[in-house]
Design a protein. Structure first.
Length: 207
């Protein structure tokens, strides 16, 4: 496992692996939510290899804690309409941003505890512009998945792979509307993912 983690820190190897398993296609489905001219916040963006697929023009803000990923993304995609930040997306970072139309949480929530998810979703809700939405996708356990898919979920690097209902319960603490669906046909290896679209923030920031 340590060898795999070391390999994934090498950006070209990480991008290649995403394409081999088909995880890139999963992310492409999520970014279909974005429209030209919108302001996008991408938390846990990694090297943001999918940036060229985003509709242009847009104002993009990517956050990740891995300096190698951020340096690679900045070198390849940094410019007037894209900024990349190495560090946690926290309250200070949230205050520095303009109103956000779309927040992307791609493959992130299943790496976070319930408390960490709640904190992040509250922050995401607090930066949304009127009509904004948060899009997430995560490895999940679900009743219809086959043996290989369940093995993939059980052996994911994330320590908090959940069932859809558990993800929804967390999201409903921060949003008045949560729409979700299972995706099990995106990757080349049988795998199950839960995608959510969260709107209508219901915290004090919405007042």
């Amino acid at each position: 496992m340590e060898g795999l983690k070391g390999l994934l820190r090498h950006v070209p190897a990480y991008v290649l692996l995403q394409r081999i398993v088909g995880a890139d296609r999963l992310r492409y489905r999520c970014i279909e939510e974005i429209r030209p001219g919108e302001t996008v916040l991408d938390v846990g963006c990694g090297p943001a290899y999918y940036f060229p697929r985003l509709p242009q023009p847009l104002d993009y803000h990517g956050f990740d804690t891995d300096a190698r990923y951020i340096d690679w993304a900045e070198e390849h995609f940094g410019g007037a309409n894209a900024s990349f930040h190495c560090g946690n997306f926290d309250e200070a970072a949230a205050r520095s941003l303009p109103p956000i139309d779309v927040v992307l949480l791609l493959g992130l929530l299943h790496h976070l505890s319930d408390e960490q998810c709640t904190r992040l979703l509250n922050l995401a809700a607090s930066v949304l512009s009127p009509g904004g939405r948060v899009i997430s996708v995560d490895t999940c356990f679900e009743p219809t998945q086959g043996r290989i898919s369940r093995w993939m979920s059980a052996n994911d690097r994330g320590e908090y792979v959940r069932e859809p209902a558990a993800f929804e319960k967390l999201a409903m603490q921060s949003f008045g509307q949560v729409e979700g669906k299972v995706i099990n046909d995106a990757t080349h290896i049988p795998s199950s993912y839960w995608m959510m679209r969260m709107t209508a923030p219901n915290g004090p920031w919405a007042e």
